[in-house]
Design a protein around this ligand. Structure first.
Ligand SMILES: Cc1cc2nc3c(=O)[nH]c(=O)nc-3n(C[C@H](O)[C@H](O)[C@H](O)COP(=O)(O)O)c2cc1C
Length: 336
């Protein structure tokens, strides 16, 4: 009997998605303190026509000063977004000096401001340009760090999805993350996971499925439709910091904890996030960041809805300090 046939399958990989304006280094720090992702990807760094200084990369990825790992030990890859092959290549070469855990290229961003300048998802209409970009960046990186690309299924329709994926893989991307929607489909459900399977059958590199995985059941349905075990989690991971734990429990045949039972584990994360945000950002920018996270958490946690409604009218960071301080005291009395 072939020994390889008997070998257990490796456990699936779970990646934490890049989310500009939401999943910054602070939320990454908090989420990866409780979930062992295989790696996470930063918000995109926009490359136009200049060679960016090191500080531009350190701003989105402060982890570059700490071995490109979060405090929880999860590797951090840096994402670049642009449309000029030469400029992206030069910037990628400079980024390699900072030893990120990998470099990812963004071919999924639907934002008009980015697309107007030829970057992000609009490039999916021109596979020959995709190929030139990826080939130039692969040459510049020269195998010194892992190199991946993230794509959608197209701009208006999915007609060139496979051609686009082939261009990325043939150009030198070592792994593709495929968000199962076109640019026009924005973030509207469903994600077309079956298209991810078609792409995976066509390319010679590993493919990771992404889009609309909020629960363990979603993961299992995505896995069946996309024929992928490895997934990247975005909003679902933000809405449930323990989603990866639930997935691993389910795959290991363990009982899955209920959301309501998990709130006492979520609350300290909210306190931790607030202190990171207060430490790093100007006070006027802080309330919005916390409310944004609570807005996703309340999908799963009824207690987050209560907290969200309480904090919603508050505009000043100091008012939120006071509310959370009172909560911290109650929480520590309860767990004592
Ligand atoms: C607020 C927000 C910001 C995002 N920023 C990025 C980004 O910087 N780079 C990127 O490749 N994708 C970005 N995405 C797309 C996500 O990485 C992911 O592909 C998408 O949300 C689908 O996955 P999900 O359903 O698990 O959230 C963003 C998505 C959202 C909602």
């Amino acid at each position: 009997m072939n020994a390889q046939l008997l070998a257990p399958l490796p456990s699936p990989r779970f990646l934490l998605a890049p989310m500009e304006g939401m999943l910054d280094s602070r939320l990454r720090e908090v989420l990866t303190s409780v979930a062992q992702y295989d790696w996470c990807v930063t918000e995109f760094v926009r490359v136009t026509d200049t060679l960016l200084p090191h500080r531009s990369y350190r701003r989105v990825a402060p982890e570059l000063s700490f071995g490109a790992r979060t405090a929880g030990g999860v590797p951090v890859r840096v994402q670049l977004l642009g449309s000029d092959p030469g400029c992206l290549a030069e910037n990628a070469a400079r980024l390699v000096d900072l030893a990120p855990a990998g470099i990812d290229l963004n071919f999924g961003c639907p934002a008009p401001v980015v697309n107007r300048h030829g970057g992000g998802a609009v490039l999916l209409d021109t596979p020959q340009v995709l190929f030139r970009i990826v080939a130039a960046v692969a040459r510049a990186i020269g195998g010194r760090v892992p190199f991946t690309a993230k794509m959608r299924l197209g701009v208006r329709d999915k007609g060139r999805a496979i051609e686009a994926a082939l261009a990325l893989a043939d150009g030198g991307a070592e792994l593709l993350v495929v968000h199962g929607r076109t640019k026009e489909e924005a973030y509207r459900p469903p994600a077309h996971w079956e298209w991810i399977a078609r792409i995976a059958q066509a390319v010679h590199v590993p493919v990771v499925a992404n889009g609309e995985i909020w629960t363990v059941d979603d993961y299992l349905r995505c896995r069946a439709a996309s024929e992928r075990r490895d997934v990247m989690l975005g909003r679902g991971a933000v809405a449930d910091p323990f989603l990866v734990e639930r997935l691993r429990d389910r795959l290991a045949g363990r009982e899955i904890r209920s959301w309501s039972a998990d709130w006492p584990r979520v609350l300290p994360l909210i306190f931790a996030y607030w202190s990171c945000v207060r430490r790093d950002l100007e006070p006027r920018h802080t309330p919005g960041r916390l409310k944004q996270w609570l807005n996703l958490l309340r999908r799963n946690y009824p207690q987050a809805e209560v907290l969200f409604q309480q904090l919603k009218p508050l505009r000043e960071a100091s008012e939120i300090d006071r509310q959370l301080q009172a909560r911290t005291e109650v929480h520590s009395r309860c767990v004592a």
